[in-house]
Design a binder for this molecule. Structure first.
Ligand SMILES: *Cc1c(COP(=O)(O)O)cnc(C)c1O
Length: 380
């Protein structure tokens, strides 16, 4: 028998209370019993997003939310700017192209964060840019961007919105949607929200709704205006992910019992323990700056194939992590600590990594990373 551990940056483990809630008999989404559940979840989303605006719920993976954040706000020929600092940043470019948006790429070396000054320069050069797209946490590299600074910057542009893919940020670290002026914020169910895959969530500011009124792109399924109209009445335009919404009600009960501050503190502590543990075991972090607290991208030691580390973690120890994508394939592996994670997930991941490295012939002192993590986790 091999016990399974899920340490991939999505899907992430689902708490047993949530699984049990989702196992209850199916209810009908147009029947009265759905109303209070949907209302409670809508309120919970506002709390998590730290916004007074409605947060739309969509039946889609995170990318559906990203697609809607292009098609609902921009028209063919409109200008946009997107930060490409990794695989997910790159996706903004592909989405803009699909919808005929003229998008300028702000290329940042993978492993680094965007310098807000570069965005400021691009906007100064071309104030007709209607939307700036980026990630709060770039999951392919394990780097976070300073969305607070960008929010402050874009507040000064009346005709430009800031769209933040916060899919591995919301619920991990502080994202103050309204206070920071983040016009559109997106997350998905299968990351820090501790749910199975299948839902995208999108908050929209008044400034962004004004842009949506003028947008001429076609959006039928992901039609934000139609969703807002129905969701404020505790309904959805199409059949919703009933079971996931029931699960989300339970997720918010867990999250609220912990509190936002404590949740961010726990996630931050786990991330610190993982990073320091990785370094103490003689490995290097892939993030050159501002590492994301959602996951840790680790450079494979010289002469060791990152894919072999990732594969052996799974095959030998039942631990599903993630490898590197594109040109990072074989060079890095990624360990998640977002969502339903505690001290022993970090310790188990470090212990297994040390064992795999030793098994692959790398000289690593067993317990070196684990010991360091234990010290940090005890010091809370
Ligand atoms: C997971 C993820 C997404 C969404 O991917 P889906 O497969 O569509 O859920 C988007 N952006 C980031 C940063 C992610 O981590």
């Amino acid at each position: 028998m091999l016990k399974r551990y899920l340490l991939a940056p999505g899907p992430t483990p689902v708490p047993p209370e949530v699984l049990l809630a989702m196992a209850r008999p199916m209810i009908h989404h147009r029947a009265p019993e759905f109303d209070p559940i949907f209302a409670e979840v809508r309120e919970g989303l506002k709390w998590l997003f730290q916004t007074r605006n409605d947060v739309l719920m969509l039946a889609a993976s995170g990318t559906g939310g990203m697609e809607g954040a292009v098609s609902n706000f921009l028209s063919p020929g409109d200008k946009a700017l997107y930060v490409n600092a990794g695989k997910f940043g790159e996706r903004w470019g592909k989405l803009c192209k699909t919808f005929g948006v003229q998008a300028t790429e702000l290329k940042v070396e993978w492993g680094q964060a965007v310098n807000p000054q570069q965005v400021a320069d691009a906007l100064k050069k071309d104030p007709s840019i209607k939307a700036v797209y980026l990630q709060a946490s770039e999951t392919s590299t394990g780097v976070s961007h300073d969305v607070k600074a960008l929010g402050e910057l874009i507040k000064g542009y009346d005709n430009t919105i800031l769209v933040v893919d916060a899919i591995t940020a919301l619920g991990v670290f502080d994202i103050k949607t309204d206070a920071w002026g983040l016009d559109v914020v997106i997350t998905g169910s299968q990351k820090a929200l501790m749910l199975p895959p299948g839902m995208a969530f999108v908050s929209v500011s008044d400034k962004a709704w004004a842009l949506a009124d003028k947008a001429k792109n076609a959006a039928f399924y992901f039609n934000f205006k139609k969703e807002r109209e129905t969701q404020t009445k505790n309904q959805t335009a199409w059949t919703p992910t009933v079971s996931l919404i029931v699960g989300l009600q339970e997720v918010f009960r867990i999250m609220k019992a912990e509190g936002l501050e404590n949740m961010f503190a726990r996630q931050g502590r786990l991330a610190l323990a993982m990073r320091e543990g990785v370094k103490a075991a003689g490995m290097a972090l892939f993030a050159k700056e501002s590492p994301s607290d959602a996951l840790t991208a680790v450079c494979a030691p010289d002469g060791i194939d990152g894919q072999a580390i990732y594969k052996n973690l799974r095959v030998q120890y039942g631990m599903t992590a993630a490898g590197g994508q594109d040109h990072l394939k074989g060079k890095i592996f990624r360990l998640s600590h977002m969502g339903y994670a505690d001290s022993f997930d970090v310790i188990a991941a470090l212990a297994a990594t040390e064992m795999v490295l030793k098994g692959l012939g790398h000289s690593v002192k067993l317990g070196s990373g684990v010991g360091k993590a234990q010290e940090i986790l005890m010091a809370k």
